[in-house]
Design a protein around this ligand. Structure first.
Ligand code: PEP
Ligand code: MG
Length: 589
């Protein structure tokens, strides 16, 4: 590790600036302690190795027992291979011999043995043996974790700190203690991935996709995280630290000015009322949503209830959460999106397929495990007695998905009826986030009550750009004219059929997109809460009536960059200071 100043570029995932000491959460490799073992302690050291092997094997066996029914044969095979490796005589004997003959500690002996074994396998001519090298390495890592006690769990954050992580699963991000995290920096990730979404929900600045940042810093090092410019500075100079503090104060003041409008209804300069709703991942966000003056919750991502636990939440547990939320927001509506598990939100024990975004995700999980969705729907129906509950199905790809989901809703209702349990009415909506759903919107409109455009996925699927792959995510902008045309089509169908249409993807929070969305006729937007004051301010400076021609021109642009250029040319005077406050620099013609 060098102690020299380094500027590392990344992607702004949640705006803001933070300066301070870091906590590093690197789980890509386990540090290996190396020490000599005196002769009289060798037996005990061998004993440590054997116990670690037994403990690791027990962990794998427990995981095999908990494997859900739908787990495929290769998941089982993977665990079986691991189990066999942990009983492998060659591995154990070689590591034992290294401890005895070289007088080194168990971790060191193990690393030595595993490296040698996997190097031999990697050099083998047969692909089968070459592939086994990874199994040996991962078994070695597993054993090292048991031996060193270094777990994959997030470190305890005692003091406010900048968290620097190789990556952060949505479940881990959801566990971060608010108030102790000044900012988040990750090696991987993209602006529309779920770590970014959660960072925005927690209102902490985040820069993601900073390759190798976990290697560049150590615990306690000072870092500047600049999520307006999209970079971090490792070992900054004192004057840089001073400047960063200054910029951070400037950003806070900017946020403060926006907050002056807190609680006011959003309206354009020419009096068009726009519904601003909150996207919520965690129950504790509901209070903040109320404070921000949200008109309702336009997207409650219920899958966060299912993450990082061995069993899915029970019906009663869900009823309690949904009820509290519905009650708190009443009479305003809460749109609960049924679980969108899979892709980058894997519950424990669920296997990642070869192409998760196109695989077993959202409703498809429900169709394989109908009871899981029926339980959730029963909970939502029961909670709907307490407030204005709307049920929204994610990743609807066409009519048959919607119909199958509705059959499960009918079943949940019939079961409650038969049990004499009380339940209330719910409006039923479909997310429009798969292009085929937008193409079929007129038919879907006949069988549901509302639509919500999920532009994060709609962009990924329309442009074939993986939203979670930092190498390509920048190629997929929701301002791409192809995506805008789909939004326009959805709006056209919704108005013709008198159906409610909202937009709950991150585009709703983009102050560059607001004029286009307004010009296309969208008047219901749902976004991370932190963005509500900004979008409210943008709207108050715009004339809705004047924006339709601009939006039409956007549909005819050649690219997202051209759309941005056009918006910049037309509206820098009105909105330039707000864009600048967010660190947005637009291309100009
Ligand atoms: C979307 O895809 O735009 C959306 C809102 O859903 P999520 O980001 O949770 O996939
Ligand atoms: Mg989505």
């Amino acid at each position: 590790m060098s102690l020299e100043r380094q500027l590392l570029m990344g992607i702004c995932a949640s705006p803001g600036i933070a300066v301070g000491p870091v906590t590093v959460f690197d789980r890509t490799s386990v540090p290996v302690p190396r020490r000599r073992v005196p002769e009289d302690a060798v037996d005990a050291e061998v004993g440590r190795l054997e116990s670690a092997m037994a403990a690791a094997r027990a962990e794998v066996e427990a995981a095999m027992e908990q494997l859900p029914e739908q787990a495929g044969p290769d998941h089982r095979l993977l665990l079986e291979t691991q189990r066999m490796m942990l009983g492998d005589a060659l591995l154990l004997d070689t590591a034992r011999a290294a401890i005895r003959e070289r007088g080194i500690n168990a971790e060191w002996a193990l690393r030595h043995t595993v490296d040698a074994m996997s190097a031999r396998l990697r050099a083998a001519p047969e692909p089968y043996f070459r592939e086994r090298a990874d199994d040996v390495t991962s078994t070695g890592e597993h054993l090292l974790r048991v031996l060193t006690g270094v777990s994959r769990a997030l470190p305890e954050l005692q003091e406010p700190t900048i968290l620097v992580a190789s990556d952060l699963s949505p479940a881990e991000a959801a566990q971060l203690p608010p108030g102790r995290v000044r900012g988040i920096v990750t090696d991987g990730g993209t602006a529309s991935g779920h770590t970014a979404i959660l960072a925005r929900a927690l209102q902490v600045p985040a820069v993601v996709g900073v390759s190798e940042v976990t290697r560049a810093v150590g615990p306690g090092d000072t870092l500047i995280l600049d999520a307006l410019r999209g970079h971090v500075v490792v070992f900054p100079e004192p004057d840089e630290i001073e400047e960063a503090h200054e910029r951070a104060r400037g950003f806070d003041a900017f946020k403060g000015r926006l907050r002056a409008s807190e609680g006011r209804a959003a309206e354009t300069a020419d009096g068009v009322r726009v519904g601003l709703h909150a996207n919520v991942e965690l129950e504790l966000d509901v209070t903040t949503a109320m404070r921000e003056g949200a008109d309702g919750i336009g997207l409650y991502r219920t899958e966060f209830l299912y993450l990082d636990r061995a069993e899915p939440p029970s019906e009663d547990e869900q009823v309690r959460v949904y009820r509290r939320v519905a009650r708190k927001m009443a009479p305003r509506a809460v749109t609960f999106r049924t679980f969108d598990l899979g892709a980058d939100k894997m519950p424990r024990g669920m296997r990642r397929g070869p192409n998760p975004a196109l695989g077993l995700r959202a409703l498809r999980v429900a169709f394989v495990q109908p009871e899981l969705l029926v339980t959730q729907l029963r909970a939502l129906l029961r909670a709907s007695c307490e407030g204005n509950v709307r049920v929204m199905f994610p990743m609807v790809s066409g009519l048959s998905d919607l119909r199958r989901a509705r059959v499960l809703l009918d079943r949940a209702r019939a079961d409650l009826e038969a049990e004499g349990a009380s339940y209330g009415p719910v409006a039923v909506g479909a997310m429009l986030e798969v292009p085929s759903a937008v193409l079929m919107a007129d038919r879907l409109a006949e069988e549901c009550d509302f639509f919500s455009l999920g532009t994060n996925d709609l962009t990924q699927y329309t442009l074939a750009v993986d939203r979670n792959d930092p190498r390509v995510a920048h190629l997929g902008s929701a301002l791409d004219p192809a995506v805008l045309r789909l939004i326009d089509r959805a709006r056209e169908v919704a108005s013709a059929r008198g159906l409610g249409l909202s937009l709950c993807g991150d585009l709703a929070a983009d102050p560059v997109a607001t004029p286009i969305l307004l010009g296309l006729g969208l008047t219901e937007l749902s976004m991370p809460m932190a963005a509500i004051p900004l979008v409210r301010e943008v709207l108050s400076r715009l004339d809705a009536a004047a924006l339709a021609p601009l939006a039409r021109r956007a549909l005819d642009c050649a690219s997202a960059a051209d759309v941005e250029r056009m918006v910049a040319d037309e509206l820098t005077e009105a909105l330039g200071d707000l864009w600048e406050g967010q660190g947005i620099e637009l291309p100009r013609a």
